[in-house]
Design a protein around this ligand. Structure first.
Ligand SMILES: Cc1cc2nc3c(=O)[nH]c(=O)nc-3n(C[C@H](O)[C@H](O)[C@H](O)COP(=O)(O)OP(=O)(O)OC[C@H]3O[C@@H](n4cnc5c(N)ncnc54)[C@H](O)[C@@H]3O)c2cc1C
Length: 414
């Protein structure tokens, strides 16, 4: 079996790259270990997006025009406004919501000023301004947005990632979108690549279904997979690539979709719930209520709490999220209005991912460029994926753009 380019992974980056390469006449085979297309974009039968659910920076997101062309239904969330914020068990006042937003802006301004002032890279946490919102800001920017504590996140990389503006959701789901965009490609599902042999005149990829020979290979698996044992390289990857992978760990954001008992609780579509953190170790869960008017509540929890609950299992996650909801509504309303169980995401325990999305460790702000620019064996081995994008890393749009950029480089168009 031979092809011009083998793509490892049928997530956003792999599909974007394969589409572009195929459009330029290349014979492309996509090898995907899992049973479906989309990778960290996955919409289940109930319409829940287990992975990506917002098209961030929708005005410049490369997936926006593709979703529009396919006629997907858009909900524009606009800017995050903290409308469901609670303080000490009661809804926050407009002034408190304003204070929280200003505290977030002050933290990001402090990050930007520190980078502009120069000096060595460092973590972000010490730069969050003191005040009543400090713990909430650190929790929001760290564990919720990045899936990791700010103490483990590179300041320079944080500032380089530049997400602003519109945040769109799609009724049909972002997983549905990415899978639809992969239609017509030669994707071999349930075909894990175990080893990439890249020392010869071509590249050989060992899979349980046999060995695929290709003129070149684009690797789009997560840095969690690259850091593990599931995919090996012969010869071993150069030390600078291995160091870049180690510098870009995956944080964890988990979701739990709870089903509402119809007609019991009156909740607004696309409502939000978030509470003020009560200490530096408090880890509030954030909730989205009734997305697209569905009888669902989706809980979001990140960082250390998410890793702990991933280990403890879905029942523990459900118990934790119900207890958090009870802080807003009372235990009796939760018992009546929220059906038992729930659907928990598995990004932290699934070996095909190893987490949710990357951040750079302090001191590793240059790691994304090392991966992005690697052109091993005369360009026959390259990398793409969310970890590689300079300004939209960790996002679906960034993964897509990274796949297209790698394909252009392989075509000599870059
Ligand atoms: C909970 C969560 C919430 C998120 N929210 C958002 C959001 O709202 N907005 C946003 O823009 N982004 C969000 N993201 C991030 C976004 O989903 C990812 O950045 C993006 O999907 C990554 O795409 P990728 O192609 O780089 O990697 P992946 O999607 O991980 O694709 C890599 C593929 O490689 C496959 N693979 C792994 N090992 C092998 C092997 N050995 N052989 C063959 N195939 C292999 C995997 O199965 C996978 O399909 C979220 C992610 C998560 C997990």
């Amino acid at each position: 079996m031979t092809c011009d380019v083998a793509v490892i992974g049928a997530g956003a980056a792999g599909i974007a790259a394969a589409r572009l390469l195929a459009a330029h006449g290349k014979r492309v085979v996509v090898l995907e270990a899992g049973a479906r297309l989309g990778g960290r974009a996955f919409t289940d039968a109930a319409g829940v997006d287990h992975g990506a659910s917002w098209l961030h920076d929708a005005a410049v997101n490369p997936l926006t025009p593709l979703a529009q062309a396919l006629g997907f239904t858009v909900h524009d969330q606009g800017e995050r406004r903290k409308l469901g914020l609670h303080v000490a068990g009661r809804p926050a006042s407009a002034e408190e919501r304003g204070d929280y937003l200003r505290a977030i802006e002050a933290a990001e301004a402090a990050f930007e000023a520190a980078v502009a002032a120069g000096g060595a890279d460092r973590d972000c946490v010490g730069l969050v301004p003191a005040g009543p919102w400090r713990d909430s800001v650190a929790h929001w920017l760290g564990s919720i947005i990045n899936g990791a504590a700010l103490s483990g996140i590179s300041l320079r990389d944080y500032v380089a990632i530049d997400l602003h503006g519109l945040n769109w959701q799609l009724a049909e789901g972002l997983g549905t979108l990415v899978a639809r965009l992969g239609a017509g490609l030669d994707v071999r599902l349930a075909t894990p690549v175990r080893r990439v042999l890249w020392g010869g005149a071509d590249v050989a990829l060992e899979t349980p279904a046999g060995t695929l020979r290709a003129g070149a290979v684009l690797v789009t698996v997560s840095t969690g997979v690259l850091a593990g044992e599931g995919l090996r390289f012969t010869p071993a990857l150069p030390v600078e690539i291995q160091a870049a992978v180690q510098g870009l760990p995956l944080g964890l954001l988990s979701k739990l979709a709870l089903r509402l008992v119809p007609g019991v609780l009156e909740l607004p579509a696309f409502g939000r719930l978030e509470r003020q953190a009560e200490s530096a170790t408090d880890a509030p869960v954030n909730f989205m209520l009734r997305p697209f008017g569905r009888d669902q509540v989706v809980a979001f929890f990140g960082g250390a709490l998410a890793w702990d609950l991933a280990k403890a299992g879905p029942a523990a996650a459900a118990a934790h999220c119900r207890a958090e909801l009870a802080r807003f509504w009372g235990a009796e309303a939760v018992a009546r209005g929220v059906a038992p169980g729930g659907v928990a995401t598995r990004w932290g325990t699934d070996p095909l991912f190893g987490g949710a999305y990357t951040h750079a460790r302090p001191g590793a702000a240059g790691a994304r460029a090392v991966l992005r620019e690697a052109a091993l064996a005369g360009g026959r081995l390259r990398f793409a994926g969310e970890a590689c994008h300079p300004t939209h890393a960790a996002t679906l749009g960034g993964a897509w753009a990274s796949g297209e950029a790698a394909a252009r480089a392989m075509l000599g168009l870059a």
